[in-house]
Design a protein around this ligand. Structure first.
Ligand SMILES: [Zn+2]
Length: 196
């Protein structure tokens, strides 16, 4: 099959979604290692509620590192600047729930339009059981949607939610950085909203 036009075909979007402790970052790490072994040039990004503004490693809860470029949660367009170089064909983005919804969706559309395959993960719900960032919208746009779940620590049922058990009541507190919050995975019935 020959292609007559030079315009790149649209990239594919893969969304991994679920609560915390559902193996979302582990899934990204697996994809990263598979794609790396196949010789693809990949860039990995992570949205940070509290950014250190540089390179680092994101860790899944089983402690395997993934080399990432941290992107401040209010600067998702920075991803396009990094990807503009070096003929990158695959992009992995961790923690996308922190980015502003509409702006991040535009960034994803722009990547796909350039023929870049995008693999991302995010929480569907925040600790208040409200829709969190662009995750849910991107699930609907995705070529492949992998919804993962955890186990409720209170009753052992399937857990689709994340409950905050310590930290303040700000929406975007992370698990690292200066301000920390702690979370557990819970089912919808057992979920309680943290009041600080
Ligand atoms: Zn439960």
């Amino acid at each position: 099959m020959t292609k007559k036009h030079t315009k790149p075909s649209r990239g594919k979007l893969t969304v991994i979604a679920g609560p915390m402790f559902a193996g979302k970052t582990t899934k990204l790490l697996t994809l990263f290692s598979v794609l790396s072994n196949l010789g693809y040039s990949i860039l990995c990004f992570k949205a940070e509620a509290e950014s250190n503004g540089g390179m680092g490693h994101t860790r899944s809860h089983d402690e395997r590192p993934l080399p990432v470029i941290y992107i401040r949660m209010n600067e998702p367009e920075k991803i396009l600047q990094y990807v503009g170089r070096d003929g990158i064909k695959k992009v992995i983005i961790d923690n996308i729930n922190f980015f502003p919804k509409d702006r991040f969706i535009s960034v994803v559309k722009s990547l796909l339009h350039r023929g870049i395959d995008v693999y991302l993960n995010g929480l569907i719900y925040d600790y208040r059981k409200q829709e969190f960032g662009a995750t849910k919208s991107l699930m609907k746009m995705a070529d492949e949607c992998i919804e993962q779940f955890s186990i409720c620590v209170k009753c052992g049922a399937k857990a689709a939610h994340t409950e905050r058990v310590s930290g303040g009541t700000e929406l975007t507190i992370g698990t690292t950085g200066k301000i920390k919050a702690e979370y557990i995975a819970v089912c919808s019935d057992c979920h309680q909203e943290h009041k600080g």
